[in-house]
Design a binder for this molecule. Structure first.
Ligand SMILES: Nc1ncnc2c1ncn2[C@@H]1O[C@H](COP(=O)(O)OP(=O)(O)OP(=O)(O)O)[C@@H](O)[C@H]1O
Length: 349
């Protein structure tokens, strides 16, 4: 085997067991260069363990993980290929930011001046002579990123990099990572909050209880959200009957008396209502937000209530892209009644 120069991260059949705890189970996904991939899952889902296996810090119980075709430990001078920021990185309390970076630069064969270059890249030039002990959490995150960038790596692996960043810091990080990926590099970013990385990532791997729940483009995940239309009518029962006859059978009643039609567009309902001659006073279309979908996909790690799937996912795209979990039987989509504000049709109002 040799370094194929691609910067592609491959995780194949990866498992890790700590005593009785199956932290990661048979995980498979590919992180392509030129994109930012989000690695998402609730706390304890197995993200850090997986990233540590990718970085050769934890030995897998089963499976393999490679970067540019090689296991991390066979990469030669890995810091020149992969830059990583893991959680809770410590800094020497007495060293300035610049000296901290110079020590690390020397260790990987980079010149002193690289320290100032990476400080500039992360916007910390003005703090070069200060000690990280005086830094805010956001500044420490930037310094950790600067450390990862020392070797000008083709691949960046960041564990929860948005933790502790203020909105401005998150925006900065987003622009930085997107620009980095645009140069054809590989960026893998973990987070337990989809909203934190939603605008940064193109691809997403969602795990829960150490198992892949979704693997593919964020765009496709967005498209799988089912729309619903809320219809205000003078006679909700007559409207419901007309809708059922028209083939719209997924109906709910909102607490305010509006009829909620799942899986329909405003236009479809408008046409049907016009034919039925019923009075309708207003229609509002909305889509399930991605965060809700994320909750559904990671069900069981957020709330005790079991998710009852109402909708099936669209079939896998040709050429794959979906996670392989054989035990994944409860596809997402729709609006789980126990989580939404709506009562089922005929339920308590
Ligand atoms: N060294 C270890 N020894 C024993 N159990 C471990 C060890 N490392 C992780 N675990 C367990 O493995 C599971 C996955 O942990 P991991 O830290 O990988 O999850 P995570 O998704 O990164 O969560 P977080 O965001 O909270 O760090 C947890 O149940 C955790 O307690």
């Amino acid at each position: 085997m040799q370094n194929d120069g691609s910067g592609r991260i491959v995780v194949h059949g990866l498992s890790k067991t700590f005593g009785q705890v199956a932290a990661v189970q048979n995980l498979s996904f590919v992180v392509e260069p030129g994109s930012v991939t989000g690695f998402l899952g609730p706390n304890g889902a197995g993200k850090t363990t997986t990233l540590r296996m990718v970085l050769g810090l934890v030995t897998p119980t089963a499976g393999v993980t490679t970067i540019s075709g090689l296991p991390y430990e066979q990469l030669g001078n890995p810091a020149r290929i992969v830059g990583a920021v893991l959680e809770n990185e410590g800094f020497h309390p007495k060293r300035t930011a610049r000296n901290h970076l110079r020590v690390y630069a020397a260790a990987i064969g980079m010149p002193d001046q690289r320290a100032d270059e990476v400080l500039a890249l992360v916007g910390l030039s003005g703090a070069a002579n200060r000690k990280p002990g005086e830094f805010s959490l956001g500044m420490r995150q930037r310094l950790a990123l600067a450390t990862a960038l020392l070797g000008n790596p083709q691949v960046l692996v960041l564990d929860e990099p948005a933790n502790g960043l203020d909105p401005e810091g998150i925006l900065w990080l987003r622009n930085f990572l997107r620009a980095y990926a645009r140069e054809g590099r590989t960026v893998l970013v973990s987070s337990h909050l989809l909203s934190e990385v939603e605008q940064t990532i193109d691809q997403v791997v969602i795990i829960s209880h150490g198992v892949t729940r979704y693997y593919g483009s964020l765009e496709q995940l967005r498209a799988s959200r089912q729309s619903r239309v809320l219809v205000q009518s003078g006679d909700p029962n007559a409207l419901a009957n007309a809708l059922r006859e028209g083939g719209f059978t997924q109906l709910e009643m909102a607490p305010d008396g509006r009829v909620v039609v799942l899986g329909a567009t405003r236009q479809q309902i408008g046409d049907l209502v016009a034919k039925s001659g019923l009075a309708v006073y207003g229609m509002e279309e909305d889509r399930a937000d991605l965060e809700k979908l994320f909750f559904q996909l990671t069900n069981g790690q957020y709330s005790g209530a079991p998710y009852q799937a109402q909708q099936h996912y669209p079939p896998p795209p040709p050429g794959g892209g979906w996670g392989p979990p054989p035990q994944y039987q409860s596809p997402p989509g729709g609006y789980p009644q126990q989580q939404g504000p709506y009562q089922g049709w005929g339920g308590q109002r």
